[in-house]
Design a protein around this ligand. Structure first.
Ligand SMILES: NC(=O)c1ccc[n+]([C@@H]2O[C@H](COP(=O)([O-])OP(=O)(O)OC[C@H]3O[C@@H](n4cnc5c(N)ncnc54)[C@H](O)[C@@H]3O)[C@@H](O)[C@H]2O)c1
Length: 337
């Protein structure tokens, strides 16, 4: 039985608490949050103890921590946790600053603890099926990957201001998805962004609508489209064209009822937002982490994956700002000559 402390009892922490408690091989033994009331409420729901972060990390009975605190705390908490001998599942992104994420990697390198980053979309049953079919060679060599990711509505501008920008906050998931599907990091990034949804987002120095084109040295291409608003809900699709065919993962709808009348053909909207759309993915993500820690399964998402996505987000930000392609080598990048 994996004994787990949850750090951060906010929106996503509550999802993880449910999955940790529901899993047959893990137990939620402690919850820590700087907002004591949030920790108390969540801990009471699952019969867990309320501890401070320091107490949780010092407790030898705790095997693993799930870090679901605010982004700016992730890098420090990862390093403190592995130094304390805990296995770590940390929410995305690793940090908003690439240098801090790289420093975290250096600081934790010798600790021998698994560090998994919460790129939950890899565990979505539809996306995972697409990936398995591709890896099995069912459409031949992958050539063009297209990822659509639109939120139903933008967050408050107060959130946008501290989010690190659309590329680091939102598109980070899609950067990870394209690297995961193609199995490597692209070498060229071109980004265009606009503030079309809310001028206040533009005034805050961010964009709410963006397209990024990524390419690999062998010619493969990926396109990511993001918007902070889709009037019909959370739009999450991908399409992979290969030499022998096409794999497409469509939206998951609120129900399967379709209505056909003289007026036309109507189906339900996509599931509302990430809590609904990715409920199964968060569950599978947790199961996968448990299997890594208890059975030694390969770590499915590494700290390096988190760093790669962050480097792509930084490169895309630079490309959007300069209007020029950006060339990547590992996690280093520069505007094309
Ligand atoms: N993978 C996903 O789909 C997904 C979805 C939502 C959020 N996230 C990520 O999860 C993280 C949390 O997001 P959220 O929406 O749950 O935010 P939130 O604000 O609802 O919750 C964060 C919680 O962490 C607590 N906290 C902050 N600093 C702390 C510290 N040093 N020690 C202990 N507790 C601390 C806050 O008091 C708050 O209760 C963010 O990094 C976000 O990017 C990921």
């Amino acid at each position: 039985m994996l004994k787990v402390a949850l750090l951060g009892a906010g929106r996503i922490g509550q999802v993880h608490a449910r999955n940790i408690a529901a899993h047959a091989e893990s137990a939620l033994v402690a919850v820590a949050d700087v907002q004591l009331e949030a920790a108390q409420k969540l801990a009471a729901e699952y019969g867990a103890n309320v501890l401070s972060v320091e107490q949780a990390l010092a407790d030898p009975a705790i095997d693993a921590v799930l870090i679901a605190t605010s982004t700016d705390t992730h890098a420090d908490l990862i390093a403190l946790a592995t130094k304390a001998g805990k296995a770590v599942l940390c929410e995305k992104p690793v940090d908003l600053a690439l240098e801090r994420a790289l420093a975290c990697q250096k600081a934790t390198a010798g600790d021998g603890q698994p560090i998994m980053i919460g790129f939950n979309r890899r565990f979505d049953p539809n996306f995972a099926t697409l990936k398995r079919a591709f890896d099995a060679g069912e459409i031949g060599k992958g050539e063009l990957l297209s990822v659509t990711s639109f939120d139903p509505a933008p967050p408050p501008v107060s959130y946008i201001k501290v989010s690190g920008g659309l590329f680091r906050d939102m598109m980070i998931h899609d950067f990870d998805i394209v690297c995961w599907i193609f199995g490597s990091v692209p070498s060229r990034v071109m980004a265009v962004g606009s503030a079309l949804v809310d001028p206040a987002i533009g005034a805050a120095g961010d964009v709410d609508t963006a397209v990024v084109t990524l390419s690999w040295d062998d010619g493969r291409i990926a396109v990511i489209k993001n918007s902070r608003r889709a009037a019909y809900g959370y739009d999450q699709r991908m399409e992979l064209l290969g030499a022998e065919g096409l794999l497409a993962a469509k939206n998951v709808l609120e129900n399967t009822v379709e209505k056909t009348t003289r007026a036309g053909h109507v189906s339900a909207k996509p599931e509302h937002f990430f809590l609904e759309r990715y409920a199964k993915a968060y569950e599978a993500e947790w199961s996968s982490f448990v299997n890594t820690v208890l059975r030694g399964d390969a770590l499915p998402v590494t700290l390096q994956d988190g760093i790669n996505a962050l480097a792509l987000a930084d490169a895309a930000t630079l490309s959007a700002e300069t209007g020029k392609p950006v060339i990547l080598k590992g996690t280093a990048f520069e505007v094309a000559g």
